[in-house]
Design a protein around this ligand. Structure first.
Ligand SMILES: CCCCCCC/C=C/C(=O)SCCNC(=O)CCNC(=O)[C@H](O)C(C)(C)COP(=O)(O)OP(=O)(O)OC[C@H]1O[C@@H](n2cnc3c(N)ncnc32)[C@H](O)[C@@H]1OP(=O)(O)O
Length: 241
């Protein structure tokens, strides 16, 4: 699955809906595995489209959040094998997508990956945190989340946020295929049940608290202080350009 929403693959409602549909198709056509990557040469995904959260239309932003939850359920909780060929920056929601896969290969270069929400004055939801603690040790996750740490490729490898480094996108995809090939001699049902058991607690937590998570998000997004933080962050992104 190749993300292709220039310039930075930010996740707006339309892209999330497309991803949700594609994940359904992959599950339905009984594909063995999926590799998630990006058509951009330098950005895997810039995370959630901040413009969806800035001065939002309430009905749309509610659909935006529930679709994001759905994409996470379908990706994190998929039966099929998932790997991410991370060929560029992967902040926040971009990092979430990568961490929701079972294996991550990142191309070397001046790219960064991490959950930087606190830098925007916002708090990553519990299920973002759960996805991170499913990937790297809890202590490292707490430190990274509170400090909005963006890891460079070497640091990400060292902490276990990524599994391998690749020279370029083709190499990243080849390495993802290498990971997928490891399951050739493992019975598929045993593999997928094991994966889902390992992920069950995080999945159940969001299933049980889905409405509460949405309400919390809706409150956040209507909070004037959060809106101010988002406005300042958008300005800083524009100034950079
Ligand atoms: C309100 C309650 C919230 C509850 C919790 C929500 C959890 C949130 C999760 C998230 O994912 S929030 C999004 C966090 N993402 C970021 O902080 C990434 C910001 N972007 C960047 O750091 C950089 O753009 C990049 C990804 C490193 C790429 O850099 P590059 O130099 O290649 O591109 P830019 O010139 O910076 O950007 C081009 C263009 O795109 C706009 N843009 C960038 N990121 C986003 C984004 N996430 N959403 C919307 N738009 C984005 C950027 O402003 C530029 O626009 P123009 O100036 O061309 O108009």
């Amino acid at each position: 699955m190749t993300l292709q929403r220039p310039p930075v693959n930010s996740l707006n409602l339309d892209l999330l809906k497309e991803m949700s549909k594609s994940l359904d198709e992959i599950a339905k056509n009984k594909s063995k595995a999926m590799i998630l990557t990006s058509a951009s040469p330098k950005v895997f995904s810039a995370g959630l489209d901040i413009m969806e959260m800035y001065k939002p239309d309430l009905k749309r932003v509610e659909e935006f959040w529930t679709t994001l939850q759905e994409v996470w359920f379908k990706l994190f909780g998929s039966n099929f094998i998932t790997a991410a060929a991370i060929n560029g920056h992967a902040p926040a929601g971009g990092c979430l997508l990568a961490m929701s896969c079972e294996y991550r290969v990142m191309t070397g270069g001046n790219f960064s990956i991490g959950l930087n929400e606190t830098a925007l004055g916002i708090v990553a939801p519990n299920w973002f945190m759960d996805t991170m603690t499913n990937t790297i040790p809890v202590r490292e996750a707490e430190y990274a989340l509170t400090t909005a740490r963006m890891f460079n490729v070497e640091e990400a490898l060292k902490v276990g946020l990524i599994d391998e480094v690749a020279t370029d996108k083709d190499d990243a995809i080849a390495k993802c295929k290498g990971f997928i090939g490891k399951f050739d001699r493992i019975p598929a049902l045993a593999r997928s049940i094991t994966k889902l058991k390992m992920r069950q607690a995080a999945i159940k937590r969001l299933q049980d608290g889905r409405r509460e998570d949405l309400n919390e998000f809706l409150q956040f997004v209507q909070n004037p202080k959060i809106q101010k933080s988002l406005e300042m962050y958008i300005q800083s992104l524009k100034k950079k350009a």
